[in-house]
Design a binder for this molecule. Structure first.
Ligand code: HEC
Ligand SMILES: [Cu+2]
Length: 310
C-alpha cells in the first residue's frame, strides 16, 4: 500500500493528501453507516413501543453543517495549493521536449540530443517537460513522480517535477490515454541519474561510451540519421540535394571555383562547420552550418562513417 516509490517531492505531498482523504472517508463511512445500522436495530419495531414526536434539534443541525463545511474548505485550499505548485513550472528548470506519437516517446534535450523511449534526468533539478503530439491524444504519465498530463495535437502542454535522492534509478513512464492499438506498448524508461551519470549520458547522446569507442562508424551512422544529414546526403551513391557520401573519402572533389580538394578529415570537418567555405561543383550552397550542433564525438563518428562508406 501507499506510500510506495516516492521519486519526487510531489509524491509525498500527493500521497499525504490522498491518504488523508481516504482515511477521512473511511472514518465517516464507518461512523455514518455504523450509526444507521445501530439505530435501526436499537429502535426497531416492538409491539407497544411508540415513537415520541420529533421536530428538530437546532444545535445538532448547526454542528453537522458547520464542521463538515470547514473540513471541505480546508481540503479545497490544500488541494489548490498543491495543484498550483504542480501546474506552474518554476522559472529555472531544465527543459525537455516530449513528443508522443503512435506508439512511442521521443525526448529532446536543450543541446539537441534526442532519445527514443528512454528519458534521463539529473537528480535534484527542476525538469520542465514541454509536450506535443504528432497524431492523437496521449498522456504523459510517470507514476513514481506522481505526474500525469494530456498531450494534445496542435497544442503544447507542460508539466514538471524534481526527482529526489529516493528517486535515483529506473522508473516506468507510460501513456495514460487510450491512443490506439499499440497504446499498451507506449512505454519509456525514466532514469534519474546522479549529475555525473547524467553528464556522461549527455556527452555520448545515449549510447554507452565504450560502445561509441569501439563502433565509431555506427555512431556516425546514428548521427547521419539523427542530425538530419540523411535528408540531403545519401550513403548508397544515389543523387540527393547534396553529394552522396559513398566513396568520397580520399578522392579529389571538384569545387565550383574550378579547384579541387582532397577529401580528408580536415575537409570533412570544415564542410560541417563552414559549409559555405568550399562548395562542391554541381550543388547549391544550401547546407546549413552545424557549428555548435555537433559535439566532438559526433563529428569523429561522422568522419569514421564517411571513411567506411567505400
Ligand atoms: C539541407 C541539405 C543538407 C543537409 C541537411 C546537410 N547537408 Fe551536407 N551538403 C549539402 C550540400 C548541398 C552540399 C554540397 C555543397 C557544399 O559543399 O556546400 C553538402 C556538402 C557536404 C559535405 C562535403 C561533401 C563532398 O562531397 O565534398 C560534407 C562532408 C557534408 N555536407 C556533411 C554534412 C553533414 C555531416 C550533415 C549532417 C550533420 C550535413 N552535411 C547535412 C546539403 C546538406
Ligand atoms: Cu499514447
Amino acid at each position: 500500500m501507499l506510500p510506495v516509490n516516492q521519486g519526487s517531492d510531489f509524491a509525498s505531498e500527493v500521497d499525504f493528501i490522498y491518504m488523508t482523504l481516504f482515511w477521512g472517508s473511511v472514518v465517516f463511512f464507518v461512523g455514518i453507516v455504523g450509526a444507521a445500522a445501530y439505530f435501526s436495530w436499537r429502535y426497531r419495531y416492538k409491539a407497544g413501543r411508540s415513537t415520541p414526536h420529533q421536530t428538530h434539534n437546532t444545535t445538532l443541525e448547526i454542528v453537522w453543517t458547520v464542521i463538515p463545511t470547514l473540513i471541505i474548505v480546508v481540503i479545497f485550499f490544500w488541494g489548490v495549493n498543491g495543484y498550483m505548485k504542480f501546474a506552474v513550472p518554476p522559472g529555472e528548470a531544465l527543459e525537455v521536449q516530449v513528443v508522443g506519437k503512435q506508439w512511442l516517446w521521443t525526448f529532446e534535450y536543450p543541446d539537441g540530443t534526442r532519445s527514443v523511449n528512454e528519458l534521463h534526468v539529473p537528480v535534484n533539478k527542476n525538469i520542465r517537460f514541454v509536450m506535443s503530439s504528432e497524431d492523437v491524444l496521449h498522456d504523459f504519465y510517470v507514476p513514481d513522480m506522481r505526474i500525469k498530463r494530456d498531450i494534445i495535437p496542435g497544442r503544447y502542454t507542460q508539466i514538471w517535477f524534481r526527482a529526489n535522492e529516493k528517486g535515483l534509478g529506473e522508473h516506468v513512464t507510460t501513456c495514460a490515454e487510450y491512443c490506439g492499438k499499440g497504446h499498451s506498448d507506449m512505454h519509456a524508461k525514466l532514469f534519474v541519474d546522479t549529475s555525473a551519470d547524467y553528464d556522461k549520458w549527455m556527452a555520448t547522446g545515449g549510447t554507452e561510451w565504450e560502445d561509441y569507442k569501439t563502433h565509431m562508424e555506427d555512431w556516425g551512422k546514428i548521427q547521419w540519421d539523427r542530425k538530419g544529414c540523411s535528408t540531403c546526403h545519401s550513403v548508397d551513391g544515389s543523387a540527393s540535394k547534396g553529394p552522396t557520401w559513398k566513396g568520397i573519402w580520399g578522392t579529389m572533389v571538384k569545387l565550383t571555383d574550378g579547384k579541387s580538394v582532397l577529401v580528408d578529415e580536415a575537409y570533412l570537418r570544415e564542410s560541417m562547420m563552414l559549409p559555405q567555405a568550399k562548395i562542391v561543383a554541381g550543388f547549391d550552397p544550401i547546407m546549413p552550418t552545424f557549428q555548435g550542433l555537433l559535439r566532438e564525438n559526433e563529428i569523429n563518428g561522422l568522419v569514421a562513417y564517411i571513411k567506411a562508406l567505400k
